[in-house]
Design a protein around this ligand. Structure first.
Ligand SMILES: N[C@@H](CCC(=O)N[C@@H](CS)C(=O)NCC(=O)O)C(=O)O
Length: 212
């Protein structure tokens, strides 16, 4: 069978999808792109995802999926045993939906818009830096809110889920491990429990110098 093709960028949100694919045992091809406006691979990325974002997954039938959480649902559907998402009837399902969507709708955009702030404010470097600084601060509040809802050893308590995969990736992004360790230690512990899985740790080791 034809393999899905993951269009991604090292260390970016595409690694969350790679964690899921690896845990599910789904073989995939990988194409590295640079999503910067002036990159030589930008045109190719836009061809796959007109929003110019990674991850994007080209399914075996040619259909394209973007949005990491949607892709994780697709993975769950292919291989239900992967248990990324609590099934209907599971007591953890409501919490899963609440916090997975919180991650995607509230937390993730603080990087999306802050990473290259000037891109969103008309090229003004000072305004771009202000956007980055304010989204960096906002993210800290959001993560602290999640800390209050975090169980152990996984975010949902006894049950591992895709939320832990987001935490595993995001704990490597701004503001970094030292801040997570002092301000959101429960989230960091849940991230580390996910990183303990070899299917996750090998991607982390590939893309980040500081592993856990
Ligand atoms: N909601 C998207 C967010 C994806 C996202 O923001 N990706 C970043 C890289 S980690 C990106 O492509 N940024 C470039 C841009 O938004 O122009 C998802 O969950 O997949």
């Amino acid at each position: 069978m034809k393999k899905p093709l993951l269009v991604g960028a090292a260390g970016c949100g595409s690694i969350i999808v790679e964690f899921g694919l690896n845990l599910a045992g789904i073989a995939y091809d990988y194409e590295e792109v640079d999503y910067s406006d002036d990159s030589p691979t930008r045109a190719r990325l836009l061809q796959v995802n007109p929003l110019g974002q990674v991850p994007a997954l080209v399914l075996p039938d040619g259909k394209v999926m973007s949005e990491s959480l949607a892709i994780l649902h697709w993975i769950q559907d292919q291989k239900p045993a992967v248990a990324l998402i609590p099934p209907p009837g599971d007591a953890a399902r409501a919490d899963f939906y609440r916090w997975a969507v919180f991650l995607i709708a509230a937390v993730y955009p603080t990087w999306t818009y802050g990473d290259d702030g000037k891109k969103w404010v008309g090229g003004d470097a000072a305004a771009g830096k202000a956007l980055r600084d304010s989204t960096d601060e906002h993210r800290k509040k959001l993560l602290k809110q999640m800390e209050g809802a975090c169980g152990a050893p996984h975010f949902l308590g006894k049950r591992f889920s895709a939320i832990d995969l987001y935490l595993a990736a995001m704990s490597h992004w701004r503001p970094g491990k030292d801040w997570w360790s002092s301000h959101v230690p429960k989230l960091l512990a849940a991230a580390r429990a996910a990183i303990d899985r070899p299917e996750v740790s090998r991607i982390i080791a590939r893309d980040f110098k500081q592993q856990a």
